[in-house]
Design a protein around this ligand. Sequence first.
Ligand code: BMA
Length: 818
Amino acid sequence: MTRQTLHDGWVLRAVPGPQVPPEIADQAVPATVPGCVHTDLLAAGLIPDPYLDDNENRLGWIGRTDWVYETTFAWQPGDDDRVDLVCAGLDTVATVILNGADIGRTENQHRGYRFAVGSLLRPGDNTLAVRFDSPYRYAEAHRERLGDRPNAYPEPFNFIRKTACNFGWDWGPTVVTAGVWQEIGLHAWSTARLASVRPLVTVADGTGRVELHVEVERVTDAPLTVHATVAGAAVEVTVPAGERTAVASLTVADPELWWPVGYGAQPLHDLAVTLRTGDGRALDGWSRRIGFRSVRLDTTPDAHGTPFVLHVNDVPVFVKGVNWIPDDAFPNRVTRQRLAERFAQALGANVNLLRIWGGGRYESDDFYQLADERGLLVQQDFLFACAAYPEEEPFRTEVEAEAREQVSRLASHPSLVLWTGNNENIWGWHDWDWQEPLAGRTWGRGYYLELLPAIVAELDPTRPYWPGSPWSGSEEIHPNDPAHGTMHIWDVWNTDDYTKYREYLPRFVAEFGYQAPPAYATLRRALSDEPLAHDSPGMAHHQKAIDGDRKLQRGLDAHLPAPADFDDWHYLTQLNQARAIQLGVEHFRAHRPVCAGTIVWQLNDCWPVTSWAAVDGDGRRKPLWYALRRAYADRLLTVQPRDGGLAVVAVNETGSAWQAPATVTRLTLAGEPRAKTSVDLDVPAYSSVVLALPAELARPDDARRELLVAEAGDSAERALWFFAEDREIDWPAAELDASVEPAGDGQRVRVTARTVLRDLTLYPDRLDPAAQVDQALVTLLPGESATFTVHADAPLDPVALTRRPVLRCVNDITGGTA
Ligand code: BMA
């Protein structure tokens, strides 16, 4: 058995057409495989960078063009029974041509393909070409044939099995790619090969079990054996002549369990499978690292409605999640290292679950391996988002094939704990005026409620399936009902103030988000606007949400002093995003266990853009990231309005009791205490306590000049409450002392407050795009100090580090009261 990758020597040509610019029309462009047309044209200097300014607008022709990839490779015949061309992923409508002969046509980015090509190969040089049809032409033809379907965007992504957000989204550019986007190569084999290996791993009564479903492809009837080992257990089964499948079971007594981060370790075991001939000759092998854990979803109706509680190893896990979108519009740029950085950012923000949103992709093996290693739980949506999808052919067959392949591919990963049928499509059918235009046409119901659950039940009954995000558990109940199953909260961003989060008592919030611009250095890299303004052309182009700028302004107006310039606007909008999400998360967590999880929209971005992300398109953390780290900490102290007054809620999402002396103080902005209470906090493992505050604490003498400070143990667990909005508070002009000193390979910025300093934030990327800081949004009372540690490529100017626009706080906005 030999494998030969075919990643070298590719060139790319545009099929002539009136839309193709003359400088590209006759070019043979060096092509990267795996890769895509956009990144090849960019590398060849033939197009401007689609991520900069409004270059995107001039590149729409790429998706309307047919493209041919071609390479020549050397091959020498061996004595193998079969030689296959294996394409792990083609994007999307492709004709594969070997030595001039068509060997196959594909139309699904989310599947792999294998073609037997032995009879077409010749000794010496061979030519392989892949012709990609314009995805628009394909999708529009199917739309024409089947009748249009409602869609949140004016693009035909629901008529092609291709990453939906590639056609643009409310955070993403329209860069409709084509290309050999995953590995491609020759696979020569004899007798038989492993066609698929699907390990179903369960744990019951402390015993681990691997039920191994093996499928072989064979060219002879000679007997075969499958041998498998894991964690000291071994098994061998025969695949009798004529049969293509076998099931082998491995039992591991008392395995060390795999846990989500925060709940235990992530032991992984090599599961090795070998296919042999009857006389023991090895033919093929497969191995993965698996983990022993059980997972189930508890949705048994209770007094509040229908819960949505994920249990791992029979322990209910409070989900502290973030939604994940493709980390780059060009997937070949998303390296394992980049994923590892993003995962480190998720873990650093105390996240324990990533939901892979249905407008993206079935994530890569690298993604899932990293999630397995780090203990990040994964929810994978099937790839349907924000549109009605046709169920007619060829789509039904494609969807079924894709789902079977992906459920099987991902079965080995302990991190994967939940499959979901789609993003917002059942909700869309209910609420987005779809039913009339659909006029009875298919819209995807059969996928979400019949086909996909049947496939998961057949191929991977170890994992729960939930028909949609959101979904209430029943067609009789509105899919976004807060009391039942999962919900998405979007009225806050779209129409209401973020304090409205407090009006919801959801069982599980699978999406809620609030926008802010990316880091300043990110804007400066991407935009040549001079000066930058909230509505300058580049800023406007890199804001894709309907009315986004106005919604940001609405949020500012409700809470914060008016920005005097772009620097103020940038800081305040970022601050408001952080405040909004922190308020939401703390409110929802304070209602555990009725609420069993929150998944913030969204962790990451795919290019430089104003969006709901916590980490921007250049990988820089926005202030939201720091707020999330606090709001998602295992131990959370928060002040919440309750029953017309105030309460301190202590949430303990750890396995041991949280016992600490706690104080709650009402004090003036000048730091003079007005009332104080002390209690001994005792929060059992995985629970919360609510301490109603007496009126002398909950009621200010002067709402514009006071705050509450709740502290437990050391001040790391500190919660603040202001009695008025920042724009109404009588802030003293910010006064502080600051010093900067070298610290290892960075600098330490020490700030001592002479007045209260509200949400002190340091933006070192203003001075060096590579600079990072370890904390943000620190509120100091007079006399208190904070130390920020900054890392940059070279030491930064100490004076600039302690001044505007680098060092900011709310009460420096107008130098005083608003
Ligand atoms: C939800 C998501 C995305 C979208 C986001 C922000 O609907 O599922 O489709 O990007 O809201 O509007």
